[in-house]
Design a protein around this ligand. Structure first.
Ligand SMILES: *[C@@H]1O[C@H](CO)[C@@H](O)[C@H](O)[C@H]1NC(C)=O
Ligand SMILES: *[C@@H]1O[C@H](CO)[C@@H](O)[C@H](O)[C@H]1NC(C)=O
Ligand SMILES: *[C@@H]1O[C@H](CO)[C@@H](O)[C@H](O)[C@H]1NC(C)=O
Ligand SMILES: *[C@@H]1O[C@H](CO)[C@@H](O)[C@H](O)[C@H]1NC(C)=O
Ligand SMILES: *[C@@H]1O[C@H](CO)[C@@H](O)[C@H](O)[C@H]1NC(C)=O
Ligand SMILES: *[C@@H]1O[C@H](CO)[C@@H](O)[C@H](O)[C@H]1NC(C)=O
Ligand SMILES: *[C@@H]1O[C@H](CO)[C@@H](O)[C@H](O)[C@H]1NC(C)=O
Ligand SMILES: *[C@@H]1O[C@H](CO)[C@@H](O)[C@H](O)[C@H]1NC(C)=O
Length: 238
């Protein structure tokens, strides 16, 4: 009885761990070039700096991905900006056969920075633990002039879930937000749409206010980009 319960619990834990890990494209063999990140703007942050964190040198290129912001020169704090980045299939430095989908954004560190202070720039789009896992420098020995790869997870879609979605927003849940609430504000609210969202986000169904979810989003032309068929890269806005 007790053994059976323990086994059931172990299986549940394994299932949840496997599900959560699969969310960011574990075991990928290729990326999809384009993903969006939802960057929550806090005081003293400006758009050119936010764009530069993602390697976007001209922040005006973000205009088409932010149709509800009338002037990027005046972004309000406590709102979110969509920033695009290259979603690649990467592997862990310590386990080259473990692949996952993410952007890898070069970040020039300054003296005394830690993975925590580096991650802080990205407003919960990544964590100190994930930076440590995806960079070769030990946490207590980041050289003063190092370039650290800031790893921001992404999704490219999944042929087993739907052929209709190929562009995803990486969205860090904020206070009181859930997969359902963020889905609803992005046009996913019917039971079947919610079911689709749950399948893209295993293990995130009952989570509130923490972790990352992946939401299908429309391209600048106002339509969902279908899942990329093999060998056909999506292009960035120019
Ligand atoms: C990114 O995805 C990997 C692999 O699925 C996961 O282990 C890691 O915790 C994720 N990082 C963040 C910040 O969500
Ligand atoms: C934008 O923010 C960065 C980083 O906080 C700062 O160094 C820069 O001076 C700011 N630029 C403007 C125009 O406010
Ligand atoms: C932003 O949100 C914080 C925390 O909820 C709040 O204290 C602050 O007044 C807000 N600022 C603006 C300009 O909305
Ligand atoms: C634009 O819309 C998104 C989601 O629909 C929202 O999260 C964001 O805060 C909005 N931005 C502004 C400036 O209203
Ligand atoms: C990041 O997450 C922490 C903990 O949930 C929260 O307190 C903080 O306000 C978040 N930061 C941003 C910029 O959203
Ligand atoms: C950052 O990524 C590049 C490849 O994209 C790799 O050559 C380099 O070693 C990485 N840097 C660290 C500190 O892991
Ligand atoms: C999430 O919550 C629902 C309703 O409370 C429950 O039926 C379901 O088992 C929960 N799912 C997980 C993965 O905990
Ligand atoms: C938007 O539509 C135009 C005209 O059909 C096309 O040339 C362009 O590539 C589309 N842009 C995106 C990002 O799909």
């Amino acid at each position: 009885m007790e053994a059976a319960a323990a086994l059931a619990l172990r299986l549940l834990v394994l299932a949840v761990a496997a599900g959560a890990a699969g969310a960011a494209g574990d075991g990928c063999s290729r990326g999809c070039d384009l993903a969006l990140a939802s960057f929550f703007v806090t005081p003293n942050q400006n758009i050119s700096h936010i764009a530069s964190l993602f390697g976007v040198t001209n922040y005006r290129l973000l205009t088409t991905y932010n149709p509800n912001i009338s002037n990027l020169d005046f972004i309000n704090i406590n709102t979110s900006v969509h920033v695009y980045f290259d979603c690649r299939c990467l592997s862990l430095p310590t386990a080259p056969s473990s692949t996952y989908l993410a952007g890898s954004l070069p970040f020039q560190v300054s003296r005394g920075q830690t993975y925590t202070t580096i991650a802080d720039n990205y407003n919960n789009l990544t964590t100190a633990e994930w930076l440590q896992a995806t960079n070769t420098y030990p946490a207590n020995n980041i050289p003063d002039t190092a370039v650290v790869n800031v790893t921001v997870n992404c999704s490219c879609g999944d042929a087993n879930i739907s052929p209709d979605y190929g562009l995803f927003l990486t969205y860090p849940l904020r206070d009181r937000e859930t997969l359902a609430s963020v889905g609803a504000s992005n046009g996913f609210s019917s039971p079947s749409q919610m079911d689709t969202l749950r399948r893209y986000n295993p293990g995130m169904d009952n989570v509130t206010g923490r972790g990352i979810v992946y939401i299908p989003v429309k391209d600048p032309n106002g339509s969902y980009l279908p899942l990329k068929s093999s060998g056909q890269p999506l292009s960035f806005a120019s």
